[in-house]
Design a protein around this ligand. Structure first.
Ligand code: GRF
Length: 202
């Protein structure tokens, strides 16, 4: 019985693509059952459609309030009965209703070594700070911004001639590896949380 993944995206969806490719191997132990986005017309949705995966779009502006958007998103995701929800470049903060419905099984990938450089500009902040090593963090989403318990991390070197784009591309390469490995292990072997520590395997 493969684990059911719902993936939320906002952009190019290269992290989603890595999961779709991994799920094509039955031994991976998971399947992407739906892909959602907060906007239409993005490559992430096109990747899902090419893979024959159902998609949905929930735009904040289509709802009277942010809370209604959050509750509707939570309900839509719940309808796909996810074992794990993956935020892969999803550029909206999920709220109370979403976390009430799915908390504890929502992972997000952040392009920095948490707790350093939270927020929307991780690679740019790392470059501006002058760090020699940055990386990526997969964590369980909580009510904060990139503050949840860490599932997995990988270090990525910063090169002297890096731009934000070249650094982010290198980080995204690491993110895809970390995401596929960790989500696969969560799917096949389960996981538990002890305080701020996430332990993979039963
Ligand atoms: C990733 O680096 C993710 O951590 C960040 O946005 C990027 C999304 O890339 N939030 P993609 O859409 O998966 O290609």
């Amino acid at each position: 019985m493969s684990a059911r993944l719902v993936v939320l995206v906002s952009g190019s969806g290269t992290n989603l693509q890595a999961l779709l490719d991994a799920c094509a191997d039955p031994s991976y132990g998971a399947e992407v059952v739906a892909v959602g986005a907060d906007r239409g017309g993005i490559e992430g949705l096109a990747r899902a459609e090419r893979a024959g995966v159902p998609t949905f779009v929930h735009r904040v502006k289509d709802f009277a309030t942010r809370e209604e958007w959050d509750a509707a998103l939570a309900e839509e995701v719940a309808g796909h009965r996810p074992d794990v929800v993956v935020l892969a470049g999803f550029m909206k903060l999920v709220g109370e209703a979403f976390l009430a419905a799915h908390g504890g099984r929502v992972v997000n990938t952040h392009p920095a070594l948490s707790p350093a450089f939270p927020g929307m500009q991780g690679p740019a902040d790392a470059l501006a700070y002058g760090v020699k090593v940055t990386g990526c963090t997969l964590f369980l989403v909580d009510a904060g911004v990139d503050t949840g318990a860490i599932v997995a991390q990988a270090a990525v070197p910063v090169e002297d001639d890096d731009t934000v784009e070249s650094l982010h591309e290198r980080i995204k390469g690491a993110e895809r590896t970390v995401l596929v490995d960790a989500v696969g292990r969560m799917a096949r072997d389960g996981f538990r949380v002890e305080g701020r520590r996430v332990l993979l395997g039963r």
